[in-house]
Design a binder for this molecule. Structure first.
Ligand code: GDP
Length: 210
């Protein structure tokens, strides 16, 4: 996943330039909407850079603003991209270490969402490139393995690393994925600051939209 045809990049850019509207927020199973478009969900530890990357992908700050609104950070937020895709912003999970009750609540909501979601094409799991996969990420990945949901690990904040450090992070992460059955084998390295890897991620997602 290191090179992409210019046509594919342009088509993916066009897709992400389309309108992107907030559709629904869900804190409980009964609030999770039934939607028919292909779906891509984003997840990661809080502070992994999820909002920044979604902004970089869509070129808008509206999505992240919604998801960072107090009261909405613990809910699943659904956005419709043009008439093509649903982008799903899943709540961050750093609290897993802090509070067992919150961790259990998070798992429950995520499980409720993942169950019976046939249009979910891929989960994009964001990991801070400087930290690599931590125990909580590993737990989240195991949950996705259990739910048999295909996920792509995307390293974020690559601008904070030198080129050799980036390569090492990618290799280390790829190695860690080998024990996870539902993980997509490639690892994408991105920076929302420099837009490195953002075109590639757009192409990956656009290909899933069909
Ligand atoms: P979220 O909690 O996962 O949504 O994370 P945010 O997108 O809010 O980012 C957390 C922090 O990391 C913020 O201070 C961002 O400015 C910073 N950040 C996010 N992405 C990048 C990046 O690509 N490069 C750098 N240098 N900082 C980033």
């Amino acid at each position: 996943m290191s090179e992409t045809a210019p046509d594919a990049v342009a088509a993916a850019k066009r897709l992400f330039a389309r309108s992107c509207e907030f559709v629904a927020g869900a804190q409980t199973l009964d609030q999770i909407p039934t939607l028919s478009l292909p779906e891509i969900a984003f997840v990661g530890r809080s502070n992994a850079g999820k909002s920044s990357l979604i902004n970089a992908l869509t070129g808008r700050s509206a999505l992240a603003r919604v998801s960072h609104t107090p009261g909405r950070t613990r809910q699943i937020n659904f956005f419709q991209l043009g008439d093509t895709l649903t982008l799903v912003d899943l709540p961050g999970y750093s609290f897993a270490k802090v509070s067992k009750a919150l961790a259990a609540q998070w798992q429950r909501l995520i499980f409720d969402y993942l169950r019976g979601r046939p249009n979910l094409k891929r989960v994009i799991l964001l990991v801070d490139a400087r930290r690599g996969i931590m125990d909580v990420d590993d737990e989240a990945m195991s949950l996705l393995d259990q739910a048999a949901v295909s996920y792509l690990v995307v390293l974020t904040k690559a601008d904070k690393l030198t080129a050799p450090e980036r390569d090492a992070a990618r290799t280390r992460t790829g190695f860690a994925l080998r024990t996870h059955v539902a993980a997509y084998p490639d690892v994408l390295v991105t920076s929302s600051l420099t837009a490195d890897g953002v075109d590639l991620l757009r192409c990956h997602i656009a290909a899933l939209a069909g």
